[in-house]
Design a protein around this ligand. Structure first.
Ligand code: FE
Ligand code: FE
Ligand code: ZN
Length: 279
């Protein structure tokens, strides 16, 4: 089986530059922000860059790329203007930007209910998804598992399942599991990886798992902190990542590093993980 591995890259120079950079560091996929991660304006789409990228990707075996929504969006904010902004950004991301690179993945943080309660948060997120997910969408929209920091929605598998259950076109939805987040949230992937995957399967369904964010954690189990660490430098450890990438239920998935690294550090981590992958 082929190992699909990449890392988070800067989108500032366009798609072709990201594709080439991925190849240079030994990756065969990548993640990128659709626009400034703090929200706000996106660059105009460059049709020539996208056409050049698509042929480069086909020739160089880059596939299943993962776009990440700005992390400041809050689909379940209390203020309707903040929710409206999230809807506007995600609509443009999905129906304009991702439509230009069909058949890929788009990940977002479900949101924070900011004191309205988990049930209200879940309803608001599902409402927004129902407004933006239409039958012609070719992108799979991924809900990211969260660390359960503050009033974050998505720190428990049940919360993600509850959102999916309320979305009409839920076959357009999937999940991105972040190893740092789930460990911080209290899922013991270090001591009982099989048990966590069984729980994921029972609550959400493993067929919904479409991508893994592969990050170590600066903090101990169940800390609800969400601070990423380099592979092997944190509380999860290299052995666990070896088990994760080789796990029969996970090894076919694309893995994306979001560790605190510059490009040379990412290249080293990709080489390390490729060396651990049992081909
Ligand atoms: Fe994220
Ligand atoms: Fe993540
Ligand atoms: Zn994180």
């Amino acid at each position: 089986m082929m190992f699909t591995i990449g890392c988070h890259l800067s989108a500032s120079k366009g798609f072709l530059a990201m594709g080439k950079q991925a190849t240079e560091i030994g990756a065969n996929t990548f993640q990128f922000f659709t626009r400034n991660p703090r929200g706000g304006a996106a660059k105009a789409l460059d049709d020539a860059d996208i056409a050049a990228y698509l042929s480069y990707a086909a020739e160089n075996g880059i596939h299943t790329i993962l776009a990440h929504a700005p992390y400041t969006l809050n689909a379940c904010a209390k203020d309707p203007k903040i929710r409206e902004f999230a809807k506007m950004v995600m609509t443009d991301d999905l129906h304009v930007r991702m439509a230009a690179v069909p058949g890929n993945l788009y990940n977002f943080h479900p949101g924070s209910h900011v004191g309205q309660g988990m049930d209200v948060g879940i309803d608001l997120i599902a409402d927004l998804l129902n407004e933006i997910i239409t039958p012609e969408l070719t992108t799979t929209v991924l809900l990211e598992t969260m660390a359960g920091k503050g009033s974050e929605v998505g720190g428990k598998f049940e919360e993600i399942r509850a959102i999916m259950d309320k979305v009409t076109l839920s076959d357009k939805l999937g999940v991105c599991l972040d190893t740092c987040h789930v460990y911080d949230a209290g899922y013991d992937i270090v001591g009982n990886l099989d048990g966590v995957l069984e729980e994921f399967d029972r609550v959400i369904g493993l067929e919904r798992l479409k991508a893994i964010h592969i990050n170590d954690s600066k903090n101990p189990f169940e800390s609800h902190k969400d601070r990423h660490e380099v592979i092997g430098g944190g509380s999860i450890g290299t052995d666990v990542f070896s088990r994760i990438i080789n796990h029969p239920k996970l090894r076919h998935l694309p893995f994306f590093l979001e560790t605190p690294n510059e490009i040379p550090g990412y290249a080293e981590e990709i080489a390390l993980l490729k060396g651990l992958y049992e081909g």
